[in-house]
Design a protein around this ligand. Structure first.
Ligand SMILES: [Zn+2]
Length: 117
C-alpha cells in the first residue's frame, strides 16, 4: 500500500470512529469520548447492541480448546452486518466453526430439509 493510500485510509477510519463516538455521545450512552479505548471500534448506536465498543476478545474453543482472538472487526461484522442476536458470542475457533457449519449442512441434507440460505 502506498503511503498516500494509507494516509487516506487512516483519515477514513478516524472519520468513521468520530461519527460513531458522536452518536454515542448524542444518545448519552457515553459521557466522554475517552470511554472508548483507542484500540476499540465504537459500536453503532443504532444497531441495538448492548456494548459500547468492540475490542479483540480472547476465546477458548469449546470443541478443541484452542485459544483464539475474536477480532473487533469480526465482531462488528457479526453483530451489525450479519445481524446476529446480541446474546450470541463466538465459542469456536475458525476451523471448528467451519466443521460445525459442515456438520449442520449435512444434518439438514440428511433430514431432507432445503439448505439454509
Ligand atoms: Zn476449535
Amino acid at each position: 500500500m502506498t503511503r498516500r493510500k494509507r494516509k487516506k485510509q487512516t483519515r477514513a477510519e478516524a472519520l468513521f470512529r468520530g461519527s460513531r463516538i458522536a452518536k454515542l455521545l448524542e444518545r448519552r450512552l457515553i459521557a466522554d469520548a475517552s470511554e472508548i479505548p483507542a484500540q476499540a471500534i465504537p459500536c453503532d448506536a443504532d444497531s441495538g447492541t448492548r456494548w459500547l465498543y468492540y475490542i479483540n476478545q480472547p476465546i477458548t474453543c469449546q470443541d478443541c480448546g484452542a485459544f483464539e482472538i475474536w477480532k473487533a472487526e469480526d465482531q462488528l461484522w457479526f453483530f451489525e452486518v450479519h445481524k446476529a442476536p446480541i446474546y450470541k458470542w463466538a465459542n469456536r475457533c475458525l476451523p471448528c466453526r467451519h466443521r460445525e457449519r459442515e456438520r449442520k449442512l449435512e444434518a439438514r441434507r440428511r433430514a431432507g430439509h432445503a439448505p439454509a440460505v
